[in-house]
Write a protein that binds this ligand. Structure first.
Ligand SMILES: C[S@@+](CC[C@H](N)C(=O)[O-])C[C@H]1O[C@@H](n2cnc3c(N)ncnc32)[C@H](O)[C@@H]1O
Length: 205
């Protein structure tokens, strides 16, 4: 390319970065798979609009419509990534690919925050049978451990199916293997079921 052309070239920016710039955000915090739970102060991202028969989400409200398997953001520019009940919608290898990408997009010291069902706890709840919390579904009342094994099996919505449910131990191992330091790893879920769901915070070191 000629020298003059280079001089006037405007550097291309990821869609998420330009959204943050237009909205004058001092930090870029992403709530991926926001569904019916958009959060103030976060950029809420989802790829699926609410549709009839969607009985396991309370809506779909987002700022940016995007497939979170490929984030359109510049490397090392994101302050925090939050995924609440989203990870279990991807097969294991797919989420690991996503995690590698998220690691690249996060700034040094950036946080990856996760809430997702813990398979070990789901099994415990399942074995407690009717003693464990139940939820009403179109298939009838269901044990809230069992519901997490497969996700929504009544609506014909592919994105609501669960494809892999992690244990806390393996999630911590995978995060550490990708260069995250673990700041929290417990069952103090903030959004869904305390005791059943894991709450994990990894910091990019
Ligand atoms: C169980 S909902 C969780 C919604 C919300 N975070 C909450 O805790 O209530 C999972 C969300 O992930 C979204 N999702 C699934 N696959 C996605 C993808 N490839 N790209 C973007 N969003 C996706 C779905 O549309 C859905 O809103």
């Amino acid at each position: 390319m000629k020298k003059n052309a280079m001089k006037h070239e405007i550097p291309e920016m990821g869609l998420i970065n330009s959204y943050a710039q237009i909205n004058q955000l001092s930090e870029i915090k992403l709530n991926l798979g926001s569904g019916g739970r958009p959060l103030k102060g976060w950029i809420n991202i989802d790829n699926y609009d609410y549709e009839e028969g969607d009985t396991s989400r309370s809506g779909s409200e987002y700022d940016i419509k995007m497939d979170i398997r490929q984030l359109d953001a510049d490397d090392e520019t994101i302050d925090a990534i939050l995924m609440v009940h989203v990870v279990e919608h991807f097969v294991r290898w797919e989420f690991i690919d996503m995690l590698n990408m998220y690691h690249a997009k996060l700034k040094k010291g950036g946080q990856f925050i996760l809430e997702t069902p813990d398979l070990d706890k789901c099994i415990e709840w399942y074995l407690r049978g009717r003693e464990a919390p139940q939820i009403n579904t179109p298939l009838g009342p269901m044990n809230m451990g069992k519901t997490q094994f497969y996700g929504n099996q009544w609506s014909k919505l592919d994105y609501e199916t669960h494809r892999y449910v992690w244990t806390l131990r393996e999630m911590v191992d995978v995060l550490q293997g990708r260069g995250f330091e673990i700041a929290h790893a417990n069952h103090e879920a903030l959004f869904h079921q305390k005791g059943r769901d894991m709450f994990v915070v990894g910091v990019k070191s």
